[in-house]
Design a protein around this ligand. Structure first.
Ligand SMILES: [Zn+2]
Length: 303
């Protein structure tokens, strides 16, 4: 069997071969800023596949998606914003292959569940906190994907006391408050002069008051969103990946304080929130899980 994984990210496409133990090989990446994103994807997939007959392809995509229709319409990919039939196109490229498709958050939680911090956990959340905030849910041992495959959009849980406009068109979403990009924007509006989330974290570590306040604002919002989601879903473990999640104590202390303050129901006593140990590219690993398990007939995953 030859399983392929494809990740349709906001700024990059990635593809690779997947071994039965979910290890990726021969990964290639391309920028998404093309007039013809499918041509870029096709080249990437064919280059990775080489001459080997492909038996399964797993696709993870930035959302929103319409999984029953096999259509992706990523917010940050203007050419596909009105919908692109990714599953049909990949199927045409590899007619004999099983093709599986899920949103990136579902792929992330699959990766955490099979090889990361949610191994052995039946009820958990995987979050990614980078420029934005995303995530996926494991409930009763299965990935919860919802009606259209968009389940797990934790970045758009509304946090109290904030009306910052969100990329989704709404206001006060945790992504709009606690995403790396929004946190930098907020700090700059308060007079901080850096440019990136990493610089902001470094400034907070050095005691810069605006950077510290920005990190506290982000960490608190994340802790509030996590507490809401944990109570709703009755989960006991949360793992957080993504570049901005690596900001250290200035982000994590307020986050943990907010969880301690808000997650008070008795059934949440054992709730743990930890930094993920998965490297970048967990979405591609999760897409690989889809492919391998399609190949092996493993039905543990819903989409
Ligand atoms: Zn939103």
């Amino acid at each position: 069997m030859t399983a392929l994984a494809l990740d349709i990210g906001a700024t990059k496409f990635a593809a690779g071969l997947v071994d039965p133990d979910y290890t990726l090989r021969g990964v290639r990446r391309s920028a998404t800023d093309s007039d013809d994103p499918w041509a870029v994807c096709r080249e990437l997939l064919l280059a990775v596949a080489g001459d080997i007959p492909v038996t399964a392809v797993g696709i993870g995509s930035a959302g929103p998606v319409d999984v029953p229709a096999g259509v992706t319409r990523p917010l940050n990919l203007p050419r596909w914003r009105d919908g692109f039939a990714i599953v049909a196109h990949v199927q045409t490229l590899f007619p004999g292959a099983a093709v599986r498709f899920a949103i990136d958050g579902a792929c992330l939680v699959l990766a955490e569940h099979r090889v990361g911090g949610l191994r052995g956990v039946d009820n958990g959340l995987a979050l990614t906190v980078s420029s934005g905030v995303g995530g996926g849910i494991i409930a009763d041992g299965r990935v919860l994907t919802g009606r259209t495959g968009n389940g797990g959009h934790i970045g758009h849980i509304v946090v109290p006391g904030d009306d910052t406009p969100c990329s989704c068109g709404g206001f006060g979403c945790v992504e709009a408050v606690a995403g790396g990009m929004s946190t930098v924007r907020w700090a700059r509006a308060q007079g901080w002069t850096g440019d990136t989330g990493a610089e902001l974290a470094a400034a907070a570590h050095q005691g810069d008051p605006v950077a510290t306040a920005a990190m506290a604002r982000a960490g608190t919002a994340l802790g509030q969103a996590i507490s809401s989601a944990a109570a709703l879903l009755d989960v006991d473990r949360v793992v957080i990946s993504g570049g901005f999640a690596h900001s250290g104590a200035p982000l994590w202390e307020p986050l943990r304080a907010a969880v301690a303050r808000h997650a008070r129901l008795e059934f949440l006593d054992g709730l743990t929130v930890e930094l993920s140990d998965l490297a970048d590219g967990a979405t591609l690993v999760g897409a690989g899980v889809l492919a391998v398990e399609a190949d092996s007939g493993n039905a543990r995953m819903a989409p």
